[in-house]
Design a protein around this ligand. Structure first.
Ligand code: NAG
Ligand code: NAG
Length: 515
């Protein structure tokens, strides 16, 4: 039989024999110079102790005064800071298995239809269980706005209905016990989980295999609900109820984002979901945010007017800094790769034109030329630092580096405008569209980011008041939306840029919270 023995102490290398290991004895022989030094150092020690004591008292007093005068303690401030630390620093092994007697109730944190955030959500036999003795604490849309069921393959209208008990249910602790839904113990999944309930059904794709639909809708929505709950913690796992070909985008930006920006997050596909379902074990998700596109469409408010799953998200209030943890990750990576985020001249703002002329949705050639000429004039004049970029030709980190340092970004409607997510909040974004149409995708991102956003129709801005028809629904994209005949007036754009940079001359890149 093989037996293993473990060293009693930690398996660090023992000290070499010649090193002194006993207590340091003060009576060892020293020269008189050495003694003087020691006396001086003892005096120094007393001085240090005295200063430390003084410092401690001052800290205590100022803390008390701060508390009395502003009603806000510095302790509270410190506890706010600790929110930035990943929850992995707590001992996740200590409370991995939770006995039935200790089962906590589910808490609904916050959300909008299609994007909902819970603490202590259970998962057993393929079903999520909201265990609560207060169902009124849940949003009024109920399951309808949380999760969808499978499509009926015989339904030619491809309706998506709310999920039934084979996927999610709301139960009281009593009922869960009586129906033996939860078993005797649960396995805790700690940290923030994000679940993307989009799945391919029949011939229809889940939409997730397009970077914008992942980053600008599903992921951003879940990040929004977590930060709206006052929590700032990068996700520990991303759960797909979709198979691999259905959620990976062909350009590989989604997977790049996951691997580079969220390197600590586990990526779980439908297979893992199945494994958990079949395991016969109950799981307790500490913190889980669930995105479901069709739930947003069924139960959303603004969603139905715009046909955009994320249209209700801007209404969820978040701090201006809500994107910082993600942006800081990209920034650290970009800096490590040698990205220079500084302006060439500290008083000259950076303007980025995402050039899409190599694709089929583009500007008329002559308008495209004039646009660049006008921008180059501004650059020659020393008003802007100008970048005219075919993003698709740049290494990925360089694209993000450019976006992060830009004060103003503009482009024809397209995926490139997703890069506005990495600009500093309150930057400026202009989206060029054919004069006959409008789509709100990137305007929603702009609003969520608190950017100054403009839709551009040739030589004018297309103002918010005109975005809706009389019946409340968003105006149509129009016939030329995806055409190569989009027009823009370069001189008008130069005037806009001049105005937008004038208020951003003194903007500086914020420092990283820690290195
Ligand atoms: C597990 O789920 C299946 C399918 O929803 C259901 O038929 C079965 O009764 C469930 N088993 C238990 C123990 O709840
Ligand atoms: C904008 O362009 C249209 C069409 O060319 C023109 O009729 C109009 O006068 C222009 N407006 C301004 C303010 O230049």
């Amino acid at each position: 039989m093989i037996s293993f023995t473990f060293p009693k102490s930690s398996p660090s290398t023992p000290l070499p024999q010649h090193q002194h290991r006993g207590p340091i004895r003060l009576g060892s022989p020293v020269s008189s110079a050495g003694r003087k030094r020691r006396i001086m150092s003892m005096q120094c020690n007393r001085l240090t102790a005295f200063l430390l004591l003084g410092f401690g008292i001052t800290l205590f007093l100022t803390h008390t005064i701060v508390q009395q005068t502003t009603g806000q303690s510095s302790i509270e401030h410190i506890s706010k800071l600790s929110k930035f630390l990943p929850s992995k620093t707590v001992n996740r092994w200590a409370d991995l298995y939770v006995a039935e007697a200790d089962f906590p109730e589910t808490t609904y944190m916050t959300g909008v239809a299609g994007f909902n955030y819970f603490h202590n959500l259970y998962f057993a036999n393929g079903t999520f269980l909201i265990v609560t003795s207060e169902p009124s604490s849940l949003p009024s849309y109920g399951i309808n706005g949380i999760l969808s069921g499978l499509q009926d393959p015989t339904d030619k209208w491809h309706n998506h209905w709310a999920a039934e008990e084979d996927r999610i249910m709301i139960v009281s602790p009593q009922e869960a016990k009586e129906r033996m839904l939860l078993g005797k113990a649960a396995i805790r999944k700690s940290g923030v989980s994000m679940m993307f309930a989009d799945i391919r059904e029949g011939g229809q794709s889940s939409f997730l295999n397009h970077y914008y639909h992942f980053i600008g809708e599903m992921f951003l929505g879940l990040w929004r609900v977590v930060t709206a709950a006052g929590e700032i913690e990068l996700p520990s796992r991303l759960i797909y109820k979709a198979d691999s070909p259905d959620w990976r985008d062909h350009a590989g930006i989604t997977t790049w984002f996951q691997q580079a920006v969220l390197p600590e997050a586990e990526i779980e596909e439908a297979t893992i979901y199945e494994d958990r379902r079949k395991s016969g074990v109950t799981f307790l998700f500490d913190k889980i945010a669930i995105a479901d596109r069709w739930a947003a469409h069924r139960a959303g408010q603004e969603v139905k007017y715009w046909n955009k799953a994320n249209a209700d998200l801007p209404s969820l209030p978040v701090p201006l800094t809500w994107m910082d943890p993600l942006r800081d990750q990209i920034k650290r990576l970009a800096l490590a790769e040698g990205c220079d985020m500084k302006r060439k001249n500290p008083k000259v703002p950076i303007v980025l034109y995402i050039n899409r002329q190599l694709t089929s949705r583009r500007l008329l050639d002559e308008d495209a030329e004039e646009l660049i000429e006008e921008m180059e004039k501004l650059a020659d004049e020393g008003v802007i630092e100008f970048y005219n970029e075919f993003m698709e030709k740049l290494p990925r980190v360089e694209q993000f580096c450019l976006a992060m340092k830009s004060d103003v970004m503009f482009a024809v409607h397209g995926n490139g405008l997703s890069h506005q997510l990495w600009m500093k909040p309150e930057s400026a974004v202009m989206e060029i569209m054919p004069v006959t149409g409008f789509a709100r995708d990137y305007a929603i991102l702009g609003e969520m980011m608190n950017h100054e956003y403009y839709a551009i129709h040739y030589n004018e801005t297309f103002p918010v008041e005109k975005w809706r028809k009389e019946n409340g629904y968003g105006v149509d994209q129009g016939p030329d939306f995806h055409s190569p005949r989009i027009t823009v007036d370069g001189k008008f754009m130069a005037g806009m840029v001049r105005k937008l940079v004038s208020t951003r001359i003194n903007v500086v890149e914020p420092a990283l919270p820690w290195k």
